[in-house]
Structure formats: C-alpha cells, structure tokens
Design a protein around this ligand. Structure first.
Ligand SMILES: NC(=O)c1ccc[n+]([C@@H]2O[C@H](COP(=O)([O-])OP(=O)(O)OC[C@H]3O[C@@H](n4cnc5c(N)ncnc54)[C@H](OP(=O)(O)O)[C@@H]3O)[C@@H](O)[C@H]2O)c1
Length: 293
C-alpha cells in the first residue's frame, strides 16, 4: 500500500523535465513554473535551452529561476553522465517528467548501435529514471515519475534484440516510434510495481495530437496525414494539461501505474496490459543499459 499524499503544491519542488525546449514540454514548463516549481530543464542545444529559460522568466517572473542541463538523449553514455550529474546537483527530485521524443523520417541507427526512437524515447527515460531513484525517494511520499507515451502504442510491439529493431525488413521509422511508445507504458507499469512501498508513483499519458516539431522530420505519409489533422489538433498548452494534472494530483496513489488521456484514466492496448511483456521489457532494457537490474 502506497501512502496517498495530503496535498501536492509544486511550490519550491524540484521538477526535472526532458524535451523542455519545444512543443508540449515547453508548454508544460510554463505551466509548472507558474505553479512555483523549481524546474530543471534538460535540452540538447544550449541556445534553445536558454531561449526556453527566457520564455519561463517571462511567463512566470515570480518562479525560481530554471536550471538547464545539456544532454543528447539519443546518446546513452551521455544519459548516464546526465543521471550522475543531476544526482550530484539535486539531493531530492520531487517530479521527473520524461517527455522528450523523436519520430524520424526513416529507420535510424545511433552511433552506439541502437534504433533512434528506442534509444531516445525509451532507453533514455529508463536510464535517467533509474539514476534518479535515490533522489526521488529522498523527496518522500508523493514523488512521481511521469512518462509521455502515446496512443501510437496500440500499434507497437517489443522486439527482443537491437538487431531486430534496426532491421529494415522488420521495422520502419513509424513502427519503431510505436514500439517505443508501447515501451513507455510497459516501463511505467513495471516501475510502479517495483516501487511499491517506496511512496514514489509512476504514470504515463497520451497528450493528444499537437502540430509540433515532432512531425516535421517524420515519414512523408505521416506528415501528409498531420497536415489533414492540423485543424483538429490540440494546442501545446492543452496537451500539457495532462502532464500538469499528473504532476499536481493529490491522489497520485490512485493514478499509480496508469495511462491517462485528457486528465483521465484511459484504456491501453492488450500488449501494454500484459504483465509478462512488462517484465520482458524491463529485462531487455536493463541488459541494454547496464542499469535497473
Ligand atoms: N505532438 C503530438 O501529436 C504527440 C502525440 C502523442 C505523443 N507525443 C509525445 O509527446 C512528447 C513531446 O513531443 P512534442 O510533440 O512536444 O515534440 P517536439 O515539439 O518535437 O519536442 C520534442 C522535445 O524533445 C527534445 N528532444 C528530441 N530528441 C532529443 C535528444 N536526442 N536529446 C535531447 N532532447 C531531445 C526536443 O529538443 P530540440 O528542441 O533540441 O529538438 C524537444 O524539446 C514526445 O514524447 C512525443 O512522443 C506527441
């Protein structure tokens, strides 16, 4: 049984947020800053990171100044370095938001030999979260990990090897993205189970469809579909609402291990609900990253 926290004001709390330089992440950062959070922004580009900090100063002049840490989340050695760096800087982390994501226009292999979506969207959050568990635990009951998944997970499956993920006869950029989003949900459920009794909870969500930079490098067909969907898309501010809801809910225990849409619990695919898949995903991820055993 996890403890339900009494109240969840973000005033002065340390919130680590990846993908804070654009789209949904930047919109979430604005709202979290306005709620008084002490933001730790993770970005891969110093100029875009400083622009995000400047935008936050304007949006929330009374909020504590946001910190910026640089990391290329596609580079897993850099993510391990970031995890250690954050561990040294921040004795406690109240909220970790794994938001950064990528959808490239073709199947891409990173210099470390991982498929790009798998590395950036899944293995990076897996590494960062595992590094920050002591700091989340130090924050006490109510601390939480929020991972931005997607309804694209309905088309996902978990390949067992890096070789299968980069095999263009089996995978494409789009299937790789869907697979990584399924991994986000299975990771959240496995994490929730592993953290039982710690007071730390784990949550994931679909933010809704947003005309963000995510689509600008995506496969041609996806870009064409997005152009058609654009008039019905959410604004980044609206999409950020479910992240902010999960970051501030007073009843994180009831939301623990669950998938959310429009600030409500939502159904996932059968694969995302499969406990054997959850354990298989954790084992594969731990083997590939050397953390989380
Ligand atoms: N947009 C949608 O319709 C939609 C729907 C469902 C789920 N999602 C999910 O929502 C999340 C945010 O997406 P978004 O739409 O806001 O996309 P976005 O506008 O493209 O923003 C993505 C963020 O991730 C960062 N990022 C990407 N690769 C990175 C790397 N290698 N290292 C460090 N940072 C990296 C980007 O940094 P740069 O500024 O440096 O590029 C940017 O800050 C993603 O997880 C996505 O899968 C989005």
């Amino acid at each position: 049984m996890k403890l339900a926290s009494a109240s969840w004001s973000l005033q002065g709390r340390t919130v680590v947020l990846t993908g804070a330089t654009a789209g949904i992440g930047l919109a979430a950062a604005r709202q979290l800053a306005q709620l008084g959070a002490r933001l730790v922004l993770i970005g891969r580009d110093r100029m875009r990171g400083e622009q995000a900090r400047a935008a936050l100063r304007l949006a929330a002049p009374a909020a504590p100044e946001a910190d910026l840490h640089l990391c290329d989340l596609a580079n897993l050695a850099d993510v391990h370095r970031l995890g250690a760096e954050l561990g040294q800087h921040y004795p406690r982390v109240d909220v970790l938001i794994n938001n950064a994501g990528v959808l490239p226009n073709r199947l891409t292999t990173t210099p470390e030999g991982h498929e790009l979506c798998w590395a950036t969207n899944h293995l990076a959050p897996f590494i960062l979260t595992n590094h920050l568990l002591p700091q989340l635990e130090a924050a006490g009951p109510g601390a939480r990990v929020i991972t931005v998944a997607s309804d694209a997970h309905w088309l996902g499956e978990i390949e067992s090897t890096a070789a299968a993920r980069i095999d263009s006869n089996r995978s494409s950029a789009l299937t790789a993205y869907c697979d990584s989003k399924l991994a986000n949900i299975l990771f959240t459920k496995a994490l929730s189970e592993r953290l039982e009794l710690t007071g730390i909870t784990a949550h994931c969500l679909h933010p809704g469809v947003v005309s963000s930079n995510l689509w600008s490098h995506s496969p041609l067909l996806v870009r064409a579909l997005m152009r058609l969907a654009a008039p019905f898309a959410k604004l980044p501010e609206q999409a950020a609402a479910t992240i902010v809801h999960l970051a501030t809910t007073t009843d994180a225990a009831a939301a623990d291990g669950h998938y959310f849409k429009n600030c409500r619990r939502a159904r996932t695919s059968g694969r995302a609900d499969n406990r054997a898949e959850m354990h298989r995903l954790w084992r594969i991820s731990a083997e590939e990253t050397g953390i989380g055993q």
